[in-house]
Ligand binder design. Sequence first.
Ligand code: TYD
Ligand code: MG
Length: 414
Amino acid sequence: MMEEVSARWGSGPARMAIPQPMDAVEIGEMPRIETGVSELDRLMGGGIMRGSITLVAGDPGIGKSTLMTELGRHLDPLTLLYVTGEESARQVKLRAQRLNAASGNVLLLAETNIEAILRAVDETAPDVLVIDSIQTMYHPDVQSAPGSVSQIRESAAVVMRLTKTLNAATFLVGHVTRSGSIAGPRVLEHLVDTVLYFEGDRHHGYRVLRAVKNRFGSTNEIGVFEMTGTGLREVSNPSEIFLSERRAGASGSCVVCSVEGTRPVLVEVQALASHASYGTPQRTATGFDPKRLQLLLAVLEKRQGLGLSGNDVFLNVVGGVRLDEPAADLGVAVAVTSSLHDVAVDGAAVVIGEVGLGGEVRGVSKLELRLRESAKMGFAQAIVPKTSLQGLIPVSGIETIGAETVSQVLDLLV
Ligand code: TYD
Ligand code: MG
């Protein structure tokens, strides 16, 4: 039996693995590399960990290669090996020049054969390794075409072993289509240490890099960038940007505060409820879960008696951000009602709260953090769940109004 097992795994005689007390496990120095791209470093939990693998996923054209190219800028004297399977070395260099990130400590390799890459990596022993993209790589021993699940898995497994032995920090770039793409790089999510998703609308300047998995830091943390003619500019105060185009006195607009990881972000939610000309009314949401919108509309219809069934409803979260947090519910309900009644919401108020099926306002976490950010951004008033007010440390400069039901909030604001 033992023989059979070792034959199957090809591992030879088993080494004695001895369990050791936890306090005897050595951690050594924290081997993090600071890339100098501070939004990325913060997102990763204070620099990238040596020996770790990060998957950078996102739609084609969103800016993955741009971000990876920028890594080279501040790394000196550490070395970065940039393996490109999509572009020629010349193309990568041209981009790096444009980004002012072309330097001698960056090595370029245009190759897709993973064994050839293995040799090159062994020879150069880089501190940071970028594989752009994992979909273009192939292992000669695997029959299927590059981009197939077995190729992606096998190539990634090779890169992973390499990363651990070299103690490098590795980035795998993977294209994901908006629909979520069935197989592709998503099969890697459970293998890698960190998964970063690049979000945002390709036609707008802002990009949000989100950590959806992070073995070395907190998840749901976001980094915000602006795509400019000379690369990605880091945005250190996202609330300011997301609110910059807000028009005072417009109906259908409401400001919400969402906590992304550890960072509170204020965003404008816009709704447009307009008379449906034919058939089933449309419900469209950008940056917000369409099912959640349906649910909120049903609550407004049933509990508030709003006649939404004859209206198309469009919802847009400004700036290309995605709001996944339930704390945005109340603001969405307010924006929709404001548009339907064509009454503008007081521009100095921020709205925070989850909405329950009974039309009640449910509590949210980290209220103090949200209030501090709101006060900082000049909001004078916050509508918050009454239940979250208990034990809250008062935040100066902002008046908090506790609400129990959606109907109270609507009476107050629209
Ligand atoms: P890219 O990083 O190549 O996207 P990905 O690797 O995710 O497919 O960049 C995508 C877009 O960004 C491309 O349409 C051009 C634009 N861009 C800029 O606007 N400014 C720049 O400095 C660079 C390098 C790219
Ligand atoms: Mg690319």
